[in-house]
Design a binder for this molecule. Structure first.
Ligand code: F6P
Length: 554
């Protein structure tokens, strides 16, 4: 809880918003637009190279004032400074969350427990640069003297989703010299499919794991190593083909990695915030270090915007508080991310981890149960595909689902009139969600089709679209390293701000540990001499273990 203040739901700012929601409950956004011609220009802000139209929300100037009052009362500006300063804002793990330091290019020192970390960050970037240059200039080659053609990145969660998103998003910036493949899952199909497509003489493997303890990553790395050895490689050539990124160097060395091939990570960077570190190597290798640095500088531009802009004009803060408005005052349970850009198709998956692993919590930083909802379910998909799939529920379902539309003004691929049509689709969806179609309009449409009065009465209710469904529209000139960097950083800070209000630790993820702990015992029961266990179990698990064992019995 922010020092010296009352529990969240007892604060006057929270109570004022509860009362205000009741006042707005029956106001339709259509009427707000009709009565206020300046609405779109007033609720429009820019920052870090991105523009946000947030006029299509169930809010007025008064709502925004009240939301910002809540943000201030919860200490958003002070907590933001604490993050940038390197305070131990990850309270349960007693460490800072300093992903912003990875993209800070100011030259100013940033201290973690008294040590300036910026030289280490810069040294690692320079090492990455050297490595990328060695690979691309063919100084670092495969064991038979052939240049690399493929990079296989092995990692999961934050060691996978961010780099994969950015590799796809910045494909137009790829030099084409290296194909990048990702292996994450402990589903043999994934690695089998990748290994089928690559050549052991010309493939570079990146083992990406902050902890170097993640089962999926270690098992896949063992398979990759065995495949390399079975296909012409030898133990003393492994160093030519395997590079690791980790904060756990001893574990990587005992796995067999050469120390010279290990890039550092730090415990002050959370896994889901790590794409800006050497975990971004698959990206840097495929788009070059100049573009990777541009990605960092785009993120830094958003960091500066977030740190220095008044709350009312601050993109991450405005988006965070609007999301919270629906989550905590209007009963919204989910939030959808709708990129209208094929290159950004993996954004929903990345934001799922970013947001749900960060704010999927049910106790405060002091360990007290929350008496309000924390993070929503994040989901989404690329437009216009979603329009022919799940948008029906957005328009006519019973749930309130706020949406973020994200679209570049320019495309990298001018194909016929596709981009303008895509843009039209994006705008028509946000407009339809906002305005809807009332019963009179539905009837008038049917009358124009010469339908009988009886038929019109039956059909019209099905054609009513309630509207009043909130959305933001985020615009960028084009998906570039800078704008993609800024976009991801925007959502990182949005998540952080919501975590401040909910008073949760947005930087730990204890919830994922229990399944990992139980997994070990269950694996032993599936593969050992006996299915029995002295550890606590349940009849469902016992039955399913028996089924698996009987299916696999000799
Ligand atoms: O299981 C969740 C998680 O801990 C994520 O937070 C993390 O990004 C992922 O696993 C991978 O962890 P690592 O990089 O340590 O292998």
């Amino acid at each position: 809880m922010y020092q010296g203040s009352a529990p969240l739901t007892s604060r006057p700012e929270w109570k004022a918003l509860t009362k205000h929601q009741a006042e707005l409950e029956n106001t339709h956004m259509r009427d707000m637009f009709r009565d206020d011609p300046d609405r779109a220009s007033r609720f429009f802000i820019r920052g870090g190279g991105l523009s946000l139209d947030y006029s299509r929300n169930r809010m007025t100037d008064d709502t925004m004032t009240k939301l910002m009052a809540l943000a201030r009362s919860c200490g958003v500006p002070e907590r933001t400074e604490a993050m940038f300063r390197g305070d131990h804002i990850n309270v349960t793990e007693k460490r800072p969350a300093l992903h912003v330091a990875l993209r800070d290019n100011s030259g100013e020192p940033i201290y973690v427990d008294g040590t300036n970390i910026t030289p280490e960050v810069e040294t690692t970037l320079n090492r990455m640069e050297q490595f990328v240059d060695d690979v691309l200039s063919k100084r670092w080659q495969g064991h038979t003297g052939k240049p690399f053609t493929d990079v296989v990145s092995i990692g999961i969660g934050g060691s996978f989703l961010g780099p994969k998103l950015v590799s796809e998003a910045l494909r137009p910036y790829g030099h084409g010299q290296l194909q990048c493949h990702y292996v994450a899952n402990i589903d043999g199909t994934q690695i089998a499919e990748v290994l089928r497509r690559v050549n052991p003489e010309t493939t570079l493997f990146l083992i990406q794991s902050k902890s170097f303890r993640t089962q999926e990553t270690l098992e896949n790395s063992k398979v990759a190593r065995a495949w390399f050895l079975d296909n012409g490689g030898s133990e003393n050539q492994i160093a030519k083909h395997f590079v690791a990124v980790t904060a756990n160097t001893p574990e990587a060395i005992s796995f067999g990695m050469s120390e010279d091939n290990i890039f550092p990570m730090w415990d002050w960077v959370g896994g889901r915030y790590s794409l800006w570190s050497a975990i971004g190597l698959p990206v840097a290798l495929t788009i070059g270090m100049k573009n990777f640095r541009a990605l960092l500088s785009g993120a830094n531009a958003m960091d500066q915007h977030f740190r220095t802009t008044p709350l009312e004009q601050n993109l991450p803060v405005v988006m965070a508080m609007l999301g919270l408005w629906y989550n905590n005052f209007w009963g919204a349970e989910t939030y959808t991310i709708l990129p209208y850009d094929h290159y950004l198709r993996s954004l929903p998956a990345h934001l799922q981890q970013l947001d749900m692993e960060s704010n999927g919590k049910s106790v405060t930083q002091n360990g007290e149960p929350l008496n309000y909802q924390s993070g929503p379910v994040i989901w989404g998909g690329v437009g216009a595909n979603g329009q022919h799939a799940f948008h029906q529920l957005l328009h006519q379902g019973t749930r309130l689902i706020p949406a973020d539309f994200i679209i570049p003004l320019e495309t990298h691929n001018r194909v016929a009139s596709h981009h303008v049509t895509l843009f039209a689709n994006c705008l028509s969806q946000s407009r339809a969600l906002m305005s809807g179609k009332n019963l009179d309009e539905a009837k008038a449409e049917l009358q124009a089709e010469d339908m009988s009065a009886d038929e019109i009465d039956k059909l019209a209710p099905h054609k009513v679209i309630p509207g009043n469904k909130p959305s933001n529209t985020l615009l960028m000139d084009k998906s570039t390293p800078q704008t993609v960097g800024a976009l991801i950083a925007l959502y990182e800070h949005r998540t952080f701000v919501q975590g401040i209000i909910w008073d949760v630790d947005s930087f730990d993820q204890w919830g994922v540990e229990l399944g990992k702990q139980m997994g070990k015992g269950i694996l032993d029961r599936l593969t050992g001499d006996t299915a029995e266990s002295s550890a606590p179990s349940d009849s469902s698990t016992d039955n399913l273990i028996r089924m698996f064992r009987s299916h696999h019995s000799p």
